[in-house]
Structures are given as structure tokens and as C-alpha cells.
Design a protein around this ligand. Structure first.
Ligand code: SF4
Length: 100
């Protein structure tokens, strides 16, 4: 592939995420409440803004899966602190970025 093609080809976030390696811990590093306890969470924003697609809307509730998290911290910033438990994964676990 020529350099010009590499530079002009549109980048898709899915392509970039597939390059990462994930060492998933069995203990979730992020937790959100379920059911009526989700009142006050910015659900729409979480579903549409999480770059890794970790949030899915099912009816009035959002479901969360931490396995593909890229640890950007967005959900921690936009959620009320009493509605989310957010920590980095244990040392050595979680996402390992690949830039090539
Ligand atoms: S830290 Fe970023 S990638 Fe991980 S769940 Fe929150 S918004 Fe998604």
C-alpha cells in the first residue's frame, strides 16, 4: 500500500480499536448501578460518546460491559460521582495500545 493511500484512507475507530490488546481482569474496574438506581446517569451521552461502545441502551436502562474499555475516563467525567465507581484496572491489566 502506498504512503499516499495510507495517509488519505479514512480512519475508522473500529480499525484502531481492533489493534489494541486487552488483558481483561475478572474484577470490573468500572461499575454502574442497575434499574431504578440509574436515575441521574447521563444515559444518552454514555451510549453515544463512549469511544469503545461499552454502553448499550435496552429500554430505559443502560447495560455496561467493561471488557473493551480503553480507559479514556469520559464516563467518569460526565457521570455524577455517586453513580459510578471508576478505577484503573489492576496493574498490568486492561488495554494495551498498539499504534502501528
Ligand atoms: S472509560 Fe472511556 S472507554 Fe471506558 S467505559 Fe468509560 S467512556 Fe467507555
Amino acid at each position: 500500500m502506498s504512503q499516499e493511500t495510507l495517509l488519505t484512507r479514512p480512519l475508522k475507530i473500529e480499525d484502531l480499536l481492533q489493534r489494541n490488546i486487552y488483558d481483561v481482569d475478572e474484577d470490573p474496574h468500572i461499575e454502574i448501578p442497575r434499574g431504578s438506581e440509574q436515575e441521574g446517569l447521563p444515559k444518552e451521552a454514555l451510549v453515544y460518546l463512549c469511544p469503545a461502545g461499552c454502553y448499550t441502551r435496552i429500554g430505559d436502562e443502560i447495560l455496561f460491559s467493561y471488557e473493551g474499555c480503553v480507559e479514556c475516563g469520559l464516563c467518569r467525567i460526565i457521570s455524577p460521582p455517586d453513580k459510578i465507581r471508576w478505577e484503573y484496572p489492576k496493574s498490568g491489566r486492561g488495554v494495551q495500545y498498539r499504534f502501528t
